[in-house]
Design a protein around this ligand. Structure first.
Ligand code: ZN
Length: 462
């Protein structure tokens, strides 16, 4: 797959920065500022044996599976603690075994496998009902279904090991940016591949790149955004000169993982092909930084004005960036019962960061302050100013976007519009505390007059 020379240059530079970072990061001590402090309220772990709701924000523990430790082996490896502890190895092994069992069960029942594929081809798929091994197994199914395992000659074991390693390198203590989020982004991309019939326009390798970028795009996210990294002068902000430090870190961890022979799912590609694939994966992950949202949207708009062509590599790359961005902020395409949980989790992550910033004497953004935030109002603004324009732009290449995808988004818009009419700052925050023992949040209405939709900060996401 070729790329335009300017893009090649940029992506080569990005890859250089990432590989430099992988080496550099090996020297930096376990991120004092990147870790959740001990007295910080902990989000529910995504592990069945760790249970426990967060008392402060009351985000329900959904189901979860195996207890994993806070930092994965790659994190330890990159931070100078080479090797896995027994508990980490045990956690990875337990997950691998569970995945094997799940896949074997499907392998013996073709009808069941087809039913599962139908499930994950729908935006209505309920991620909150799945255990970890199911999420990993579903991604394996996607790879099989799209012919990726055949075309790239990836063995079942290698794919499983790589996915388990990826899962282990998401931090379970993080409210929003955890493996379940990465799965949702990937599953939405898989849905889009079918819904928009992307296989007609892209090669299997290009589809693989899209899925891999989704799976890896938030690896080792600490639950503290780029603004925090900059304000607190964290190691990541210094390492990447405040230029998308988190996104560069996600890339660094992704390629650190792929550098292991038994995890390198691209191991059968020629070196030049691998280099090109890496460049594009990095470009796509970097594109998820919302601070460059307008830039990416403008670039795509320009390609549309020129007359979009799948044959022009720079056009295709611009489209792929839009696709991953859409998937990254696509929760509102899902049914409300599923998406509402994500809204609460995102705000919980913000509030948790704000608490930490106060403790550290750092300035706190208004949109992160629990007492000032109007969740429904902010979500409405986010839908109107960010999500809808992004999907509408995608619809200029794929008119199918205007079907059920935009319909769902408009339903969400209506829901939050109604809710925002009744809202005063506390609305959803109060709801979170009234949440029942598990996952879903019930939105409580308050008798409050209409409030004006506030501006949506580009720093808001994701
Ligand atoms: Zn994300």
């Amino acid at each position: 797959m070729g790329t335009a020379s300017s893009i090649q240059h940029t992506s080569k530079q990005a890859l250089f920065n990432v590989s430099k970072a992988v080496k550099k990061i090996a020297g930096f001590s376990e991120g004092r500022r990147n870790r959740l402090p001990r007295n910080q309220p902990r989000p529910p772990r995504d592990e069945d044996s760790c249970g426990g709701n967060d008392e402060k924000y009351k985000i329900g523990n959904e189901d979860g599976v195996v207890c994993r430790t806070q930092h994965s082996h790659i994190r330890n490896a990159t931070m100078g603690k080479v090797g896995q502890t027994m508990s980490k190895k045990a956690s990875a092994q337990k997950l691998e075994d569970a995945v094997t069992e799940f896949i074997e069960k499907l392998g013996n029942d073709e009808k069941l496998e087809q039913a599962k594929l139908q499930l994950i081809r729908s935006p209505s798929f309920d991620v909150w009902k799945c255990k970890r091994e199911e999420l990993v197994s579903y991604i394996m199914l996607m790879f099989g279904d799209l012919g990726i395992t055949n075309e790239l000659d990836i063995s079942y074991n290698k794919l499983k090991k790589w996915l388990v390693a990826v899962e282990q390198n998401y931090i379970t203590d993080v409210y929003f940016h955890n493996f379940r989020h990465a799965f949702c982004v990937t599953q939405m991309m898989y849905f889009m591949i079918h819904e928009l019939k992307l296989m007609k326009y892209m090669t299997t390798l290009q589809l693989t790149i899209l899925l891999v970028a989704c799976i890896c795009h938030d690896l080792d996210h600490p639950g503290l955004n780029n603004l925090y990294q900059e304000k607190a002068h964290t190691e990541l902000s210094v390492l990447y000169h405040n230029c998308s430090p988190l996104e560069h870190h996600h890339c660094a961890v992704a390629f650190q993982l792929l550098s292991a022979n038994d995890l390198n799912i691209f191991g059968n590609l020629e070196q030049t092909q691998f280099d090109e694939v890496s460049h594009i994966v990095i470009q796509l992950i970097l594109a998820t930084d919302m601070s460059i949202h307008d830039q990416i949207l403008d670039d795509f708009h320009q390609k549309l004005e020129e007359g979009f062509s799948f044959d022009k590599p720079e056009h295709l790359l611009a489209l792929q960036k839009i696709l991953i961005k859409c998937c990254d902020i696509s929760n509102e395409v899902r049914p409300l019962e599923t998406s509402k949980v994500w809204v609460d989790r995102l705000f919980a992550e913000f509030f948790s960061q704000a608490d930490r910033e106060r403790r550290e004497g750092l300035p706190v953004e208004v949109f992160m302050q629990q007492t000032k935030v109007k969740k429904a109002n902010d979500q409405l603004a986010f839908i109107r100013k960010i999500i809808l324009p992004l999907f509408e732009r995608l619809g200029r290449v794929f008119p199918d976007v205007n079907g059920r995808i935009l319909r769902s988004l408009h339903e969400s818009e209506l829901f939050y519009e109604r809710l925002s009419h009744d809202e005063i700052g506390q609305l959803l925050t109060d709801d979170v505390t009234q949440q029942n023992n598990k996952k879903h949040v019930t939105f409580r209405k308050l008798e409050i007059p209409k409030v004006v939709v506030s501006d949506c900060s580009s720093e808001r996401a994701i």
